[in-house]
Design a protein around this ligand. Structure first.
Ligand code: SAJ
Length: 441
């Protein structure tokens, strides 16, 4: 049989198994990306096997209990009970799989260089059990070239040829935790393959479970799409944070400026200043791009500048608190500062990279006594000090200054204004409220 014929038969065989839903779907990494993806393919009628190195996640999933905010246990349990979804820590199951989505973390090292250890270890495990007819799709956010330069050689060391014996794609994850309107199923899915045959298989795969699939030419385009999306956000947040610094110096209300600019029906998209840049995507992803760009001899100056501005916002906020207390003839040292909200953005429980952590650290360093309220975050540990959530109103009464870091919808802001002596509002959560005790970013 000629190579072309073999390639057609392998690709055709795999496409047929995908289209008749007999393909066994594997998801490596059962976090906020992998678990929702597994659920969508379970709902689409596939048998899904989740693989994770954390036994606790595997155990919870196999009991039908969800540990991810966006997947209710009531959604997961029937899929587990019907045998549609199960989980294991044993990668050898890959011998039975037809497709594998890799959804593992891609954090940064302290040096702001990519930490590829999770992708490397997942790929090494997959390579151990690699076989003909596999579709492998990397979803973890990474620098352009990862799929072709790191994964492809690892898998081709099996002697199998990419685009002929197996198929390799990149597809950026676009999960937005807590977003009720856009969930895995209805977020358009970009996918690019190492070869056109790979792209075709990847496209057909996602079409079985997701509403909209956007095929692109090659894995590097797909890798770059994600980095553009999130770098766009990081830089525009940096822009409005710098606007906030300028407006403070000029005595202009930056919030009113942005709201008025947002009335422009075209060519403008509002971003809002804040206490800093939190989360596991926006502060991290652009540095995967700037690292790769530097390797290619081009400095990513916008990313570096925005990083400096966003990274300086916690200091700016603490200076604002210190100055506000000073205007009430109170030194920061020895004052009680109550932090309102510690999650990295409203209405979620995630504190990863949250500016609140930096702000609490700085306040402690300057001698303030710090407490916090965040109904989503029972406790946090900073510099070996463990803080626990306290109810907002009693604490705000005692505090010399309250600072709103996360504008959760749950907070009773009018009660806060009534009870607090002084409030620094970094999120415009008190929009429209007038009081001498309110100091806005
Ligand atoms: N932030 C600002 N000003 C803004 C917007 C955000 O200071 O105008 C801050 C937030 O408070 C937070 C950080 O930036 O600390 C990141 O916020 P985010 O709204 O970008 O939320 P994330 O980190 O959950 O980003 C995710 C991303 N989703 C994916 O990567 C799949 C991002 O691409 C989405 O655009 C974003 O959610 C979203 O729109 O909610």
């Amino acid at each position: 049989m000629s190579n072309t014929t073999t390639a057609i038969s392998t690709a055709e065989r795999l496409k047929e198994k995908i289209q008749n839903k007999t393909a066994k779907v594997g998801v490596v990494g059962l976090g906020y990306v992998g678990l929702p993806l597994a659920v969508e393919f379970g709902h689409a009628g596939f048998e899904v096997i989740g693989i994770d190195v954390q036994q606790s996640k595997v155990d919870e999933l196999n009991k039908g209990v969800s540990y991810i905010q966006d997947i209710p246990t009531e959604t997961l349990r029937p899929l587990v009970e019907s045998g549609k979804i199960r989980a294991t820590t044993d990668f050898s199951i890959i011998r039975e799989l037809d497709t594998i989505n890799i959804c593992v973390p891609t954090p940064l090292r302290k040096t702001k260089d990519p930490d590829m250890s999770f992708i490397d270890s997942a790929a090494r495990e997959i390579a151990k059990y690699f076989h003909e007819g596999l579709l492998v799709i990397l979803e973890s956010t990474t620098y352009p070239g990862t799929t072709d330069e790191v994964l492809r050689p690892m898998f081709e060391s099996s002697g199998l040829v990419c685009g002929k014996d197996f198929f390799l794609c990149f597809s950026p994850e676009r999960v937005d935790p807590g977003n009720a309107r856009f969930q895995t199923r209805n977020i358009p899915k970009v996918v690019g393959g190492t070869t056109d045959a790979c792209t075709e298989v990847g496209k057909i795969f996602y079409q079985q479970a997701l509403e909209t699939v956007v095929p692109v030419t090659g894995t590097q385009v797909a890798e770059m799409v994600k980095l553009l999306e999130n770098t766009f956000r990081m830089i525009n947040i940096g822009l409005v944070n710098e606007m906030a610094l300028m407006c403070e110096r000029m005595g202009i209300n930056v919030w009113e400026v942005i709201d008025a600019a947002a009335t422009k029906p075209f060519g403008f998209m509002p971003f809002y200043p804040g206490p800093g840049l939190g989360g596991h995507c926006i502060p991290i992803d652009p540095y995967y791009l700037s690292w790769k760009s530097r390797q290619s001899g081009i400095e990513a100056r916008f990313i570096e500048l925005a990083g400096q501005i966003n990274g300086g916002m916690p200091h700016f906020v603490v200076d604002k608190i210190q100055n506000a207390l000073n205007d009430h003839t109170k030194p920061l040292r020895g004052s009680h500062v109550h932090v309102v909200g510690t999650a990295y953005k409203r209405n979620i429980d995630d504190v990863r990279e949250s500016p609140a952590l930096d702000i609490i650290h700085l306040l402690e360093r300057r001698g303030a006594k710090v407490t916090y309220s965040d109904p989503y975050v029972p406790s946090i540990k900073i510099d070996d000090i463990t803080y626990t959530h306290t109810d907002l109103i009693p604490a705000s009464k005692d505090a010399d200054c309250c600072v709103i870091i996360t504008d959760h919808a749950d907070f009773n802001y009018s009660a806060l204004v009534d009870s607090a002596k002084l409030i620094v509002d970094t999120r415009n959560a008190l929009k429209g409220m007038k009081s001498d005790k309110i100091v806005r970013l």
